[in-house]
Structure formats: C-alpha cells, structure tokens
Design a protein. Structure first.
Length: 238
C-alpha cells in the first residue's frame, strides 16, 4: 500500500481554480497585543513538495511515543515524537521527558525544510526541530506554552505542518493572581482565543511574547481520519 493512502489530500479533491497570483501566499499577520504576534502562511510550500516531504518524514523518522509526566502522573504522550538538534546545545526537556537528540545529518530533508523556512523568514535562526506525528484524530497536544529559559524571553518558533488539516488554538493566559477589575471582581470568561486550521504545507510563526502570554493546543478531532506531521523549529540560546 502506498503511504499516500494514509493521507487525505483535500486540496487535490477540491483544486483551487484561482491560485493566488500575488505571490504573497496569503500571509496573515495577527497582532495579539502587548508584543505578541503570529504570522500564518497557508501555502508556504507547494502541495507536491509538501507531499514528498510528508511521506519521507512519515516513513523515515524514528517516531517514538514516550512516557511523560503530567500532573504527577505518568502517561503515554498522545502523539509520536522525534527531536533533532545541533551538537553541543543544552538538553531540551518537557513533561519530565528528555528526548534523545538526533543529528541533522541523519535526516538531510530537514535541512531542506529549514532552508525553505530561512528563505521565507530571512534573518531568523533555528538550531533544533521537534517533530510531532498525530496518527489520527485522537492524538493531540494539550494546552501549553513553549516558555523555557533555553529559548530566551521572546523566542521565534516556526511551525510547519503536513498532511491532515487540524485546528491549532491560541488562548491568552489568565491574568496573574490578584489582577482584579476595577469593580473588585476577578475577570472570568471571555478569554481571548484564536483558531487556525493548519493546512498541508503551511507555516505558522509565533514570536515576541507569545510563549509568555499565550498557550496553544491541537485538540482531539475524532473526525480527522489521517496522519498529520508537525515540525517546530526553535533556537536554543548558546
Ligand atoms: O502540532 C502543532 O501544531 C503544535 C506542536 C506544539 O505545540 C509543540 O510541539 O510544542
Ligand atoms: Fe508548542
């Protein structure tokens, strides 16, 4: 069975008769306020190139589903993972799990994807990539932020998505304890939230104070029938 059969090519089923002629690839810049910003480029990579990379990553990456610790309990991570990093960087750790770092030379296609990111985001610098594979709609990533001293106070995180379209949610962190409205009541509800459907071959950049002030998630979507692969390029400060 060709691995393509495990992916669903929505765009091929519904070809766009008017491809964007401006070359902007429909870039959207979302100012989240207070120095946080998200940039979304739905058609960052051409569809065919994205399928080629997607199928390679699906087949060749040594995906693992590690045990992590959440709220004092051990559980299987609800998605598969792999981690690539430059040599000599500080170790990355999340939810009690420290992934083994593979070398970029092991998976040269990742260098090609990084080159495409650099072309679109001149001046950016990334030295690690965390890969996630969502095998079906029951795989997910819970609300979190990638706030870590390793990345500094205003990290840029470039997220490239392949395969099944899934929703990516961003929600403002609650104001710090003791932050009261002028009427003396704690602010509840109406939390600011943004939703993106991350397309096959898309790029989403989180920058500024987005990790400090916002959390993000990819919720379960039982109707999502096929594999999604996501790469988050990050820079560990040296
Ligand atoms: O899969 C995604 O779009 C996001 C992954 C993510 O947030 C992470 O790996 O920290
Ligand atoms: Fe994240």
């Amino acid at each position: 069975m060709s691995s393509r059969l495990r992916f669903v090519d929505i765009a091929a089923a519904n070809p766009n008769p008017n491809p964007n002629p401006s070359g902007s690839r429909d870039k959207q810049v979302i100012d989240l306020g207070n120095g946080s910003e998200v940039v979304y480029i739905p058609r960052f990579i051409s569809r065919d190139q994205a399928w080629e990379w997607c199928e390679y990553l699906d087949k060749e990456i040594p995906w693992t589903r590690p045990s992590i610790h959440v709220f004092g309990r051990s559980c299987l991570q609800p998605r598969e993972t792999c981690y690539i990093a430059d040599e000599g960087l500080a170790a990355m750790r999340y939810s009690g799990y420290q992934p083994n770092a593979y070398s970029w030379d092991d998976y040269p296609i990742l260098k090609d994807i990084l080159k495409a990111v650099y072309k679109t985001l001149p001046g950016s610098k990334f030295n690690t990539v965390l890969l996630n594979r969502y095998k079906s709609g029951s795989d997910y990533v819970a609300w979190h932020s990638d706030e870590d001293k390793l990345y500094g106070s205003t990290p840029e995180i470039a997220s490239v998505s392949f395969g099944c379209e899934r929703e990516f949610l961003l929600r403002k962190k609650p104001a710090s304890r003791g932050a009261h409205q002028s009427n003396g009541k704690q602010h509840k509800g109406n939390t600011e939230q943004h939703a993106f459907v991350l397309k096959h071959g898309s790029l989403l950049l989180m920058k500024g104070y987005t990790q400090r002030d916002w959390v993000h998630s990819v919720p379960k979507r039982m109707k999502a029938g096929s594999v999604r692969i996501n790469l988050t390029f990050r820079c560990i400060l040296t």
